[in-house]
Structures are given as structure tokens and as C-alpha cells.
Design a protein around this ligand. Structure first.
Ligand SMILES: Cc1cc2nc3c(=O)[nH]c(=O)nc-3n(C[C@H](O)[C@H](O)[C@H](O)COP(=O)(O)O)c2cc1C
Length: 220
């Protein structure tokens, strides 16, 4: 698969087959993806690969936090979006809910959908991407973004699907407890990874993009 095809093909996958991903495959993906650029080559990422019992414990811990309405404590604030950003957020949510047959009034199904994200969409593996707290303010989040997209693209080569998700790191204390992430590291984002279940309706969703005219300004 060539790089343009990979960029055009990638989409967020939110339904996975239960098949485990070989550890060697996950290692290869990370070996390739850590070629991602970072400011002054600081490589400000600390990657925790979670599978098996550890991932199950994190899922359970997240759901408990969600049920107890615990305050989220993410590294990057997830502010309510406004204006055109809110419209785009709603746009993809509508696409996802329609694909899953979830109506606006159906509180139970909506809650179920929310929980899926905190369960890493039942993926067999996930990456928790953290940064040392000493570098968090110095473009580390940008570098972790570049690493994230590179992981998602590299994963396609192995027939794997991914979903970058901040839901997975909303409760850092759960990650610290279950995956031994030290206090000195701040989880920034997570990536669910596994073999896509193409029968899962939300995996058919292709999100939209603004026409270039709306986001690019040319100055000659
Ligand atoms: C930083 C970041 C955080 C995200 N967090 C979530 C999340 O918590 N839950 C989710 O379902 N998708 C999440 N996504 C996926 C976005 O919703 C998705 O990338 C966007 O709708 C575009 O769709 P596409 O990835 O299929 O192209 C996140 C993506 C990024 C880049």
C-alpha cells in the first residue's frame, strides 16, 4: 500500500475482532512509527502497550470512574467546542449514531456508545502514549500527535485498524494503577488497535472534511 493510499484509506475503527495481535507485530509497528518527527528529535513519548488482563483492568477501572461520575483529569483539556468546531463534532457524531441506529432520545444506547470508548472499543490491544511531565509544555503533545498518525498508518500494513482516543486517558489514575504508569509521566492520548470487524456498522463511516477553500489561504 502506498503512502497516499494509506492516508486516504485510514479511518477510525470502533469495532474489532477479538483475535489477539501478535506482540511482534505491535513491536514492529512501534519500531516503524517511532521514526515520526519530533521537535529537535526529543522523542518525548513514553509508550505503554496494554493487552490481556492489564487492558481488561483498565476497561473496568474506566467504567467504574464513569459510573461514579468521577471528574476526568486529562493532560490536554477537552473543552466544549463552539461554532464551526461544534458543528463538525456533531457532524461525525450524527454519522456514527445513524450507522449504529442510535436515536437522540435513546439515552440507554447513547450511554452504551459512550462506554464503548472507555472500553477501548473492546480492542485486543491499546497504546497509551504519555510524556514526561517535564516536557509536556514543550510541544510534546505535537510530537505525540505525529507519532499517533504514524502508528495508525503503519498499522494498515498489517491489516490492523486503530482509533486514536482521548477517552482512554481521561482517568490517568486508572492507568497509573493498572499499567504502572509513573506519576512523573502524563498520559496524553491512547490508541485502540486490532483487526477491524467490518460487520460493525460504525466502521463503515467515512468522516467528512472541509473543502480546502475553507481552510487554506494562499498569499502570493
Ligand atoms: C486527539 C484525538 C482524540 C480522539 N478521541 C476520540 C475518542 O475519545 N473517541 C472516539 O470515538 N474517537 C476519537 N477520536 C477519533 C476522531 O473522532 C476521528 O479521528 C475523527 O472523527 C475523524 O474521523 P476518522 O479518524 O475516521 O478520519 C480522536 C481523534 C484524535 C486525533
Amino acid at each position: 500500500m502506498d503512502v497516499i493510499e494509506a492516508i486516504r484509506t485510514r479511518r477510525s475503527i470502533r469495532g474489532f475482532k477479538p483475535d489477539p495481535v501478535p506482540g511482534e507485530t505491535l513491536r514492529e509497528i512501534l519500531d516503524i512509527a517511532t521514526r515520526a518527527p519530533s521537535g529537535m528529535n526529543t522523542q518525548p513519548w513514553e509508550i505503554t502497550v496494554v493487552t490481556g488482563k492489564t487492558l481488561d483492568n483498565i476497561r473496568q477501572g474506566n467504567l467504574e470512574m464513569l459510573r461514579s461520575a468521577a471528574a476526568a483529569n486529562p493532560a490536554v483539556p477537552v473543552r466544549p467546542f463552539e461554532g464551526k468546531y461544534r458543528e463538525r463534532q456533531i457532524g461525525v457524531a450524527v454519522q456514527l449514531f445513524q450507522s449504529m441506529g442510535i436515536t437522540e432520545e435513546d439515552r440507554e444506547k447513547r450511554a452504551g456508545w459512550l462506554q464503548r470508548g472507555f472500553r477501548f472499543f473492546d480492542a485486543p490491544a491499546a497504546f497509551i502514549l504519555s510524556a514526561d511531565k517535564s516536557v509536556i509544555a514543550s510541544m510534546a503533545v505535537f510530537a505525540i500527535g505525529s507519532l499517533s498518525q504514524t502508528i495508525c498508518l503503519a498499522a494498515l500494513r498489517y491489516g490492523l485498524g486503530t482509533c486514536i482516543e482521548d477517552q482512554g486517558v481521561r482517568f490517568p489514575d486508572v492507568l497509573r494503577k493498572c499499567a504502572d504508569i509513573p506519576e512523573s509521566h502524563q498520559p496524553v492520548v491512547s490508541i485502540a488497535i486490532g483487526y477491524p470487524d467490518w460487520d460493525f456498522p460504525a466502521n463503515q463511516v467515512v468522516s467528512t472534511r472541509e473543502p480546502l477553500e475553507n481552510v487554506v489561504t494562499w498569499r502570493d
